[in-house]
Design a protein around this ligand. Sequence first.
Ligand SMILES: *Cc1c(COP(=O)(O)O)cnc(C)c1O
Length: 358
Amino acid sequence: MSRVYNFSAGPAALPEEVLKQAREELLDWHDTGMSVMEMSHRGNSFMQIAQEAEADLRELMAIPDDYKVLFLQGGASTQFAMVPLNLMGRTGKADYLNTGSWSKKAIAEGRRYGEVRVVADTAADYTVPAADSLAFSEDAAYVHYTPNETIQGVEFPYVPETGGVPLVADMSSTILSRPIDVSKFGVIYAGAQKNVGPAGLTLVIVREELIGQAGERCPAMLDYKIHADAGSMYNTPPTYAWYLAGLVFKWLKAQGGLEVMAVINERKAETLYAAIDQSDFYHNPVDPECRSWMNVPFTLADSDFDTLFLEEARHAGLVTLKGHRSVGGMRASIYNAMPEEGVQALVEFMKEFERKHG
Ligand SMILES: *Cc1c(COP(=O)(O)O)cnc(C)c1O
């Protein structure tokens, strides 16, 4: 099998070193004679795996002590409901920014639980609202936004200033791509399958003072307090995904941490955007100020070539480049696990394809 670069938006590529280590440990983790998949989540071995993963994530992201880190199930989509169920109670109202497909889903879900005000809507425009145009409701229990819209390839170049209202961020496709100041956020959540680990695990980083406000009718499984008090082991957590995420955290630390990843990620994105911008054959629709480092959608000048592009790319070992069905064209997702050589290979392939067919 020759080298394959997987540009999937999620579940996405994992670092090869991590997969090799998982293979190495698959049947026998640290001389226990057991696979991590077979271990009790309450046994000493898994407790060690779980605690190390949390400690490594805290170190990587410099998560302050007054934040809980939860390792949950249900994906980011479950957080669309858990956030209002846990946070909206205070006023019954929340502000949302609508910048694309995932914002829209969060808004629709939020509306089941209370009054949602959409304070800015740039969902159709491949951009984000200007920072100084934002005005939030005084009685909003929280402000929700999507720092990186995975489908549109739109990323906020700033963190909204909410004047004390807790800020909630769906970071599914941008978490760990660079350092962030966690203290600016009330809640950060992310489905793991993009930039953290395998599907089945959801990370929630929540400021302690926001925990414990869910109503009486809130299902136990959707209550941050229940999970926080139980160390994310109220019920059986997704143990193997948690373990693999832990291996990814160690891999990130070995790369030099998030400062180093940011430099690499920015360089990868710039390389790809430059190739698109320098040609008349490829086009990216996103406002250059808010182009995502992680998800790069692009179209061909003549969409009749889409199928051929995907087919020839696949033969060149460049796979899962088909754009989201709602946007069309192509999308290259270039998360942490995509090596720079993968982006180079894609850029060279694109130049060659344009030379032949452009
Ligand atoms: C993928 C994605 C989701 C949905 O995640 P699930 O884990 O499948 O529920 C939500 N928000 C963003 C920004 C995403 O990229």
